[in-house]
Design a protein around this ligand. Structure first.
Ligand code: 5GP
Length: 216
């Protein structure tokens, strides 16, 4: 784990009791504990922005993978604006949005749908893409998306994912940049949803049985 370029949360690490944090009252029974406080997420976002900028020569097309990725995308782009590359230059950025869906509730459906028009895909030709994803679980979604995008010949594609789940179901895909590696648990908050709920929670939390049943 020392060799990994990201934070690893071990299987035995419980996270933090809810009582130490401000949790929206409507969610107090629906999450078990805080796994990653919002402040720590922001610190990782800052560091990822520095690393990405240092590795980037010129203009970048930053693609938000909707909807889960949107908070991370907004915070990352804001940090990237303040970063410089190895040559001391700020990075010209274009922003793009791709809607991808593969989950039903808390189960990976294995069925990936990408809502992007042919024209939008053709516009990617020759561009240096940075795909911004919230979480890689099995990796099936990202593998399918990368295969689809490759057909349209971007100049390069890199992927940053805020979270990487350790799971035996992984297809083996590892993104170029990772914020935090987490145990095989279903997390919500910071725009990660469960059936569209919990996007208005800042801390990343583990959902409770009550929460799972209530919003199933
Ligand atoms: P994969 O194809 O890698 O198995 O799944 C990736 C997608 O599943 C992510 O983009 C995300 O939308 C969803 N996902 C996977 N794990 C979680 C999780 O723990 N919490 C939430 N809210 N979504 C997840």
């Amino acid at each position: 784990d020392q060799n990994k370029n990201w934070i690893v949360i071990g299987d035995e690490e419980p996270g933090f009791s809810l009582r130490h944090f401000v949790i929206p009252s409507h969610y107090k029974d629906d999450v078990e504990r805080v796994l990653i406080p919002h402040g720590m997420i922001m610190d990782r976002v800052e560091k990822l922005a520095h690393e990405i900028a240092a590795d980037t020569e010129g203009p970048l097309t930053v693609c938000c993978i909707l909807k889960g990725g949107h908070a991370f995308f907004a915070d990352l782009v804001n940090r990237l604006k303040k970063c410089t590359n190895a040559a001391g230059q700020n990075l010209p950025m274009q922003l793009d949005f791709i809607k991808v869906k593969s989950y039903e509730g808390d189960k990976s459906s294995g069925n990936v749908t990408i809502s992007y028009t042919e024209q939008e895909l053709h516009d990617l030709k020759g561009k240096h893409l940075l795909l911004v994803e919230d979480i890689i679980d099995t990796g099936a979604t990202m593998t399918a998306l990368l295969a689809k995008l490759a057909e349209y010949q971007p100049a390069s594609v890199r992927v940053v994912s805020l979270f990487l789940k350790r799971t035996p179901k992984s297809v083996g895909y590892i993104p170029d940049y990772v914020g935090v590696e987490i145990p095989d648990q279903f997390i919500v908050g910071y725009c990660l949803d469960y059936n569209e709920i919990f996007r208005d929670l800042d801390h990343v939390c583990v959902i409770s049985e009550t929460g799972k049943q209530k919003y199933a």
